[in-house]
Design a protein around this ligand. Structure first.
Ligand code: IPD
Ligand code: CA
Ligand code: CA
Length: 269
């Protein structure tokens, strides 16, 4: 079976499993102070990893909850069995399952499935990006001042995250910055033009693999937050945008990294 075809089938099955758990409102456990996990994360991962092993026994699998295995070929799958666990645990309907396939360091196929909206985002290297079989493209917004963005705040090491400075400055300079709670859907939404750009500090390879390919195949641009080359295993800081906004956003980030805040925080009094 083709890689993408298999990934779509597996993501649909895992997504349906997640949707069933979601209906039942299951309890959550804590991996860290604010880092949640549920039975749905584990069951989805088990399903995805077992199916990948059956279809592609020589491929390596890296899965967030630790259920992967090492392979003997140059192919490696990155699996987030439930991206958006905090949303899921609070019955906030914004989550997905995502699989990205890397070959010799390059992501060549990716799937993000949102079972709530039944939206299947797919991409293959060199063949474009799709939403439910329809070709998608990034937005045409050219000015930061006309844009809608999104960002995220990882649950792990939350107190060390400087993103609140970036959030405030970018929110003041744009139409707004959403915080969807699902990095993969943020990337999928940049790819289909619902968002103009997305950034986050501290992403893991499974959060980014499929989404980065989707954005690139939809005509967008991906870099680290300094505008330098990005890789899913080498860069935890990501900026994904429609290409047209890239220069302006990187310039804004540079200003903030330099400690210069274009919009000062208002006084409380
Ligand atoms: C998280 C979500 C969230 C992002 C975090 C991720 P998880 O993934 O994508 O939006 O801000 O960085 O860790 O833990 O729900 O799979
Ligand atoms: Ca995730
Ligand atoms: Ca997850």
């Amino acid at each position: 079976m083709e890689f993408l075809e298999a990934a779509v089938e597996i993501a649909r099955e895992a997504g349906t499993l997640l949707a069933n758990y979601f209906e039942r409102k299951i309890p959550f456990e804590r991996k860290g102070e604010f880092d949640l996990v549920t039975e749905a994360d584990r069951s989805s991962e088990k399903l995805v990893v077992e199916k990948l092993r059956t279809h592609f026994p020589t491929h390596a699998v890296v899965a967030e909850e630790g259920g992967g295995f090492s392979g003997s070929s140059e192919y490696r799958w990155y699996v987030d069995p439930l991206d958006g666990t905090t949303n899921f645990a609070h019955s906030f309907p914004m989550f997905n399952v995502t699989l990205g396939l890397e070959r010799a360091g390059e992501v060549i196929a990716g799937v993000i499935y949102d079972p709530v909206r039944q939206e299947m985002f797919t991409a293959e290297k060199g063949s474009g990006a799709y939403l439910n079989h329809k070709r998608i493209r990034v937005s045409r917004v050219t000015r930061l001042a006309d844009s809608l963005a999104s960002t995220g705040f990882p649950s792990r090491k939350r107190s060390h995250n400087v993103n609140i400075h970036f959030y405030y400055q970018l929110a003041m300079a744009s139409h707004g910055v959403r915080r969807t709670g699902s990095a993969a859907l943020d990337l999928a939404y940049v790819a289909c033009g619902r968002l103009d750009f997305f950034w986050e500090f501290g992403l893991k390879p499974w959060d980014q693999a499929a989404g980065v390919l989707l954005v690139q195949e939809a005509g967008g641009q991906v870099s680290d937050m300094r505008g330098e080359a990005h890789s899913i295993t080498g860069s935890e800081h990501l900026l994904a945008d429609n290409g047209l906004l890239h220069g302006e956003v990187v310039q804004m980030f540079d200003t903030i990294f330099a400690g210069q805040m274009p919009t000062p925080l208002p006084d409380l009094a």
